[in-house]
Design a protein around this ligand. Structure first.
Ligand SMILES: Cc1ncc(COP(=O)(O)O)c(C=O)c1O
Length: 382
């Protein structure tokens, strides 16, 4: 790796120079089946024709135009994005990463409520900027940077009583991911998310839903929250929304938008036409419903196949759509390495979980291959 880079990432020991379809390619030409999509970014794999075409077209016109000037691409992307969300969310603030989308969400919640007490979830992940980190549950990420921002309580994801006890008259918002990604692909117990929504409605507390990982079709619906009755006041999106171009989006209700004054929250790159052209190209892919149907079918198939992998090293298999995990009874790193040696890329979630976030273009053939390789890997001595 490079001596000039800050070494804050683990070194996977492989360098990719190209991507094509669901494959990443080394300089030598060796191909790896990508079942991680760059942590959920490359949702249509690499060189997906309509997205590449749209980005190239925009590149040849204009890449940057500041938010204080008009941009047709930005206007259209905001309008189309709003039409894909839940009807309650009517305005978008664009930025360039998931963490930034969360920063905006926290500031907007403060502006709308006048309050700075937030309730977030243990094992929740909302980024590593100081605001996002304050909402993030994991001590591993937080500890060295404390004291963090404002007042954040963290309650176990799925524990109704703990949530009820944590909210009070000073609570601005409850923050959660519909399915926890980084925390281990954790699904909430049945009825929990509906309960959170009801509690927020009754108590007049804002609900911030982070769909940076679960959104844009990952779980088989455009937003995962659709499956669990979530109608947030503030929604965060990122990752694959712009076809691989850096993006963050914070959607708010009209009422909240009206509380955000001029100048106090802006971003030089936010809503640049290149990212917005990416958004338009991505959203067009969702128009006829075929992509979501494919995600559901492949997700169900993959999960069913994973469940056939009975082995003492596997403690649980879980997930939804194409957001799946194998929890191991040991550290996941040697398994991830063995998969990589077999030319399959997966990623961790926590220390003992193998996480799969494949691109939506995968077929049963590729899933079968991953299952066959995983079976072999399980027989290795670690
Ligand atoms: C749920 C969730 N929120 C926030 C983030 C932070 O996004 P970014 O890394 O783009 O800042 C991530 C990234 O993995 C995420 O999964």
């Amino acid at each position: 790796m490079n001596d000039y880079l800050v070494a804050s990432y683990p070194n996977r020991g492989v360098t990719f120079v190209e991507g094509k379809g669901a494959y990443l390619i080394e300089k030598s030409g060796r191909k790896y089946l990508d079942f991680a999509s760059n942590y959920g970014v490359s949702i249509f794999g690499y060189q997906y024709p309509s997205i590449t075409r749209a980005l190239k077209k925009q590149l040849s016109k204009i890449v940057n135009i500041h938010g204080s000037f008009g941009s047709d691409a930005r206007d259209e992307a905001a309008k189309l994005l709003v039409s894909h969300c839940n009807g309650k969310l009517q305005r978008v603030f664009f930025s360039s990463s998931g963490s930034e989308a969360m920063e905006a969400a926290l500031k907007f919640a403060k502006l709308a409520s006048g309050k700075t007490h937030f309730v977030a979830m243990e094992e929740g992940y909302h980024g590593k900027t100081l605001g996002g980190l304050s909402a993030t549950g994991s001590l591993k990420y937080r500890q060295q940077f404390e004291p963090l921002l404002w007042s954040f309580a963290h309650v176990p994801f799925g524990d109704k009583d703990a949530l009820v006890k944590s909210v009070n008259k000073d609570t601005a918002a409850v923050i959660l991911e519909p399915v926890q990604g980084e925390g281990g692909i954790n699904l909430a117990p049945k009825g929990y998310l509906q309960f959170v929504q009801k509690l927020c409605n009754e108590k007049g507390i804002l609900l911030i839903v982070d769909e940076i990982q679960t959104g844009i079709g990952r779980t088989g619906t455009f937003l995962a929250g659709e499956q669990f009755g979530l109608k947030p006041d503030i929604l965060c999106l990122g990752k694959g929304l712009a076809g691989g171009i850096p993006i963050g989006a914070t959607l708010v209700t009209e009422e909240i938008a009206q509380t955000i004054p001029l100048h106090v929250h802006t971003s030089t790159f936010g809503g640049n036409p290149l990212a917005c052209a990416g958004i338009l190209a991505v959203l067009k892919e969702f128009e006829d419903g075929k992509v979501l149907k494919h995600v559901r079918e492949m997700g169900d198939y993959f999960l069913a196949k994973l469940k056939t992998l009975k082995h003492p090293k596997i403690s649980e298999v879980r997930g939804i759509g194409l957001m799946l995990a194998i929890e191991l009874s040991q550290n996941a790193t040697p398994v991830l390495k063995a998969l990589q040696n077999a030319k399959i890329i997966a990623i961790p979630a926590g220390s003992n979980i193998v996480r799969f976030l494949p691109p939506y273009i995968i077929s049963k053939k590729e899933i079968d291959l991953v299952i066959a390789v995983f079976k072999k890997v399980l027989s290795f001595e670690f």
